[in-house]
Ligand binder design. Sequence first.
Ligand SMILES: *Cc1c(COP(=O)(O)O)cnc(C)c1O
Length: 355
Amino acid sequence: MKKHNFSAGPSILPREVIEKTAQAVLDFNGSGLSVLEISHRSKGFEAVIAEAVSLFKELLNIPEGYSVLFLGGGASLQFCMVPFNLFEKKAAYLNTGVWASKAMKEAKGFGETIEVASSKDANYTFIPRNYVIPADADYFHITTNNTIYGTEIHTDIDSPVPLVADMSSDIFSRPMDVSKYALIYGGAQKNLAPAGLTFVIVKDEILGKVSRYIPTMLNYKTHIAEGSMLNTPPVLPIYSALETLRWLKVNGGLVEMEKKNIAKAELLYNAIDNSRIFIGTAAKEDRSRMNICFVMKPEYAELEGDFLKFATAAGMDGIKGHRSVGGFRASVYNAMPIESVQALIDCMHEFEKQH
Ligand SMILES: *Cc1c(COP(=O)(O)O)cnc(C)c1O
């Protein structure tokens, strides 16, 4: 039976990327060696990193003066690496979910941390608006896509202070204006590569301004100086990321991705909105195009387990909602074909007919 992979992360990758990665594991570029057993400082692998950085810059239209880094430690390590490098007196955070609040918790260890707004009391079902960013903050941190709750900031916001964004789950989902950001980071395992790789896009001029000692491995400047080769980088996930970046380019880049992502999200949200038994959980204007959260209407609540079984039997994988939201979550990242979204909708319709 065909499986439809709606997992939130690690998550679906283009079949082509998986096949090409498998090929490189067996024989890297016809070298007779596996990508698993070559030096990260070999000519062959240096070319992989160089092309990956160059495609990052091309696809995201990254202006001059920014560096792209491939690191380990996950998005979670960035929660403390950001304040280590940028926090001098004060930082500001928008609290839109558990990931955002985990990031904020780390900043608090460095000093005065302002929560400019929070949707916590509404279980993070919306993105707060009309908040004030303190003009004397060293930076303002946002989480552009809230993977757990299915809310998303769809535009590149203006900030009077350097803007830092966790884009773990919506990087490469739309064209964006990188110049509005001072730093963008994310774990690669949602929309780019297998787990183990963290990407960072950083504006060089914001670095070197804090007075503390920054441990070498946590210092963006040393990673930039060493071209992500301060120590052994996650070689295999970087190789897969390169294949995904090539796939993005061949498939029309981010303009095309955004079109497809809008079409997929509209299709599923329309089905949810027109359903007798299902209902969406996120505020309509803030609905994520990547993670689509829905639950049973209260009068059908007892059918939740039944639908999960029904959908799983029909090949839908990974649709169980995060425990803090319940219900269902369909993650429809770049690699998810619209046919799989339609298959889920067909499954919802069939279940609705039977109940
Ligand atoms: C998954 C996720 C994280 C955590 O990423 P790790 O790489 O596991 O540390 C952080 N932020 C967001 C928005 C996420 O979706």
